[in-house]
Design a protein around this ligand. Sequence first.
Ligand code: TXA
Ligand code: MG
Length: 316
Amino acid sequence: MIELPSRHSFVDLETAAAILRDGGICAFATETVYGLGADATNADAVLKVYEMKGRPRFNPLIVHCKDRDMAETLVRFDADADGLARAFWPGPLTLVLPAKSDNAIAGIVTAGLDTLAVRVPGHETARALIARTGRPIAAPSANPSGRLSPTRAEEVIVAFGGSVPVLKGGACSAGLESTIIACRNGEAVQLRAGAITRDDIASVLGRPLARAGDGDAVAAPGMLARHYAPETALRLNVAVPDTGEAYLGFGAVPAAVGPLRNLSPSGDLREAARNLFAMLHELDATGARSIAVAPIPDEGLGEAINDRLKRAAAKE
Ligand code: TXA
Ligand code: MG
């Protein structure tokens, strides 16, 4: 059980929409992770999101849309983007596309870029919230910048000391952030591995998917080396944990002496993705000196899981 601060609020859909329309901040469930939402057309509201997260201002936000029609008012779709949106929306795919110059989005959302990241979430609560609010919603993951992403409503309450109202929607079914694809000039590049695999994207594109490299013109400014990090130090690719260490296993695990969680006893990467952040939160709270993590195969959803683990283990 997660212990909640004495002052906190879970709100219903109507209240959450009213808060957003009034320029306030409200966290809400999506199928990937919980988001910290603000009216994307209101610069003051969006500024509060950056401040609450302690997020660098150069790191742009994803704009959540009710449907493809709402996204069409904001960005230009090329053939790749059209195919990907048809295949994966509503769902855990974010498209970075050229922004329409007359769109209503506050400039601070894109941090000065001429592109905009848009997504139509698969979670019904999230789409209902956007529909009730009647505006696109800018939302990063609902965690202080650099820390673990929340996949349960209670983790959001704890992360912000009860100061952020939360529209609950159960535990997130995907458990990993959306896959981010930038489409431009007939090219499609993966900026962030996520809940939709590289192979699934490639099969819709009909060709292999390029990976954003270091010197690349398009990149996700938010992909810092250290990110998604628990307080406790992580050690990766550990088959047998040391005494006193917590262990995050995958598949068959050795008898552990310290606190133990298993991402998926059967070795299922989908189950592992869903459990990843919640189990890291739990092991982080045990007070163990470090968390050792079992090797995770680098195929399918393993690409995104290993990406998050590598950043969580990185030194400052
Ligand atoms: O699943 C998700 O995507 C969740 C839920 C809440 O929707 N949101 C999320 O947001 O993960 P955040 O802020 O934690 O990550 C957004 C990423 C950052 O790495 C940011 O740099 C990138 O998207 N991004 C946003 N706009 C961009 C743009 N115009 N060009 C390139 N990267 C962009
Ligand atoms: Mg995040």
